[in-house]
Design a protein around this ligand. Structure first.
Ligand code: FNR
Length: 386
């Protein structure tokens, strides 16, 4: 088991890829052996009953990839252009908070893996390391995920720090203004260890909402600081960096954001950690792509556990995908080496899928490469947790 983060803890053992990792999914299967059980439950679970987290996985089972014959794919590659940036491949590391739960080096290890594999890293506001130290460890392809803070000056300070540290885009997450606890994590007795803190927010003075209106209830009271369209407009006026919005599921939100001038969107249900009961993000991807039209930047995340899953998301309209829990599992199993290995495995699995489906480049991957399949037999996603 990976030791908990502590300043007095002995240095962690050297990272090593254990036997039995043959594909990306193996990191998810091995992770429980390498993580504290409650920490694993916190990462794996969704909010509430975990309905949307499960839906994310099941949605992939509803599609099969059609093999194609005799196509010449010898010139094949997986290079992508995402929001004007040239990427070596269409994978990025999703913002995932508190990575010190998985490995003593936390986001620093993840950043090293991103650099080694030419992968864009999206660092979370709620990282267990400062955004500056993550920037130092990562390659040039780094974006900063922003949560609006109750005070605009605190939000602005995060943006200025991200600009100064060389982050190339701001990804503002809008689907998690309220996060209900996950049943799985509660049942496992999860508590955030005192050693695992949101380093970027250190020093922020606490701020209390005004007293609740009579009969308001604690949920709507807690929404007092939740951002609105005016906050997004304000943010976009503050920074020269491209602003992406993460957490889009409704096609009308997508077109409204497009009209507002955001750089692009991430179709996502926060890995099932926002509104429990929200549809799988894969289910909404085709409608969102249809709404914003071809050629406008759309990223996707939620439920990806293999290169074939990446292929399916690209076929249904994504330009590139973000990898969430899998990165944490690989981090827990084998540190920076594990995350780099995971990314290599995903890329090779994507390439193998493309080659056999007759797609030489990402531009060749379209909805015609997939066929809907009824869930006829117990699937991988039924057998394994998120
Ligand atoms: C997340 N996610 C997330 N998103 C975000 O915008 N900021 C954050 O700080 C976090 N933190 C976070 C912690 C943990 C433990 C998880 C599992 C997820 C959501 C993440 O970016 C992504 O949307 C999902 O993880 C994608 O689903 P998969 O790949 O995990 O199935």
């Amino acid at each position: 088991m990976t030791p908990a983060l502590s300043s007095t803890a002995p240095p962690p053992p050297p990272d090593r890829i254990p036997p039995g990792v043959h594909g990306a999914l193996d990191y998810a299967l091995l992770a429980p052996k390498h993580m504290d059980a409650a920490h694993h439950a916190y990462v794996a679970g969704g909010s509430g009953l975990g309905v949307s987290a499960q839906a994310n996985r099941r949605a992939f089972d509803g599609w099969a990839v059609l093999p194609r014959l005799l196509r010449d794919v010898r010139h094949g590659h997986v290079r992508a252009v995402v929001g004007g940036e040239a990427w070596e491949h269409p994978l990025a590391l999703a913002p995932v908070a508190f990575q010190a739960l998985a490995h003593p080096h936390g986001e620093i290890a993840t950043a090293r893996a991103a650099e080694a594999t030419g992968t864009c890293l999206v660092a979370s506001t709620l990282s267990s390391r400062t955004l500056e130290s993550i920037a130092q460890a990562s390659g040039p392809a780094r974006w900063f995920q922003l949560y609006f803070q109750p005070r605009r000056e605190d939000t602005l300070q995060l943006v200025r720090r991200a600009e100064a540290a060389g982050y190339r885009a701001i990804v503002v997450t809008l689907d998690a203004a309220l996060q209900t606890a996950g049943r799985q994590a509660l049942a496992a007795g999860f508590r955030m260890p005192p050693t695992c803190v949101a380093e970027n927010l250190r020093g922020q003075a606490p701020v209390e909402p005004p007293a609740p209106q009579p009969g308001q209830g604690r949920v709507f009271h807690a929404m007092h600081f939740a951002p609105t369209w005016a906050d997004l407009d304000w943010l976009m006026a503050q920074t020269h960096l491209p602003v992406w919005v993460k957490g889009v599921l409704h096609p009308e939100d997508a077109t409204a954001l497009q009209a507002r001038g955001v750089a692009g969107i991430v179709v996502s249900n926060h890995g099932g950690r926002g509104l429990d009961g929200a549809p799988a993000s894969l289910q909404m991807l085709p409608a969102v792509r249809a709404a914003v039209g071809p050629g406008w930047p759309v990223l996707f995340d939620g439920g990806i556990r293999s290169g074939t899953d990446v292929f399916k998301a690209l076929a249904l309209g994504a330009d590139a995908v973000l990898i969430g829990r899998l990165q944490v599992y690989a981090l827990a199993v084998a540190g920076a080496l594990g995350v780099a290995h995971l990314l290599r495995l995903l890329i090779e699995e994507l390439q193998a899928c493309m080659a056999l489906a007759g797609c030489a480049t990402l531009a060749d991957i379209g909805p015609g490469a997939l066929v809907a399949q009824p869930p006829a037999f117990p699937s991988l996603s039924e057998e394994m947790p998120c």
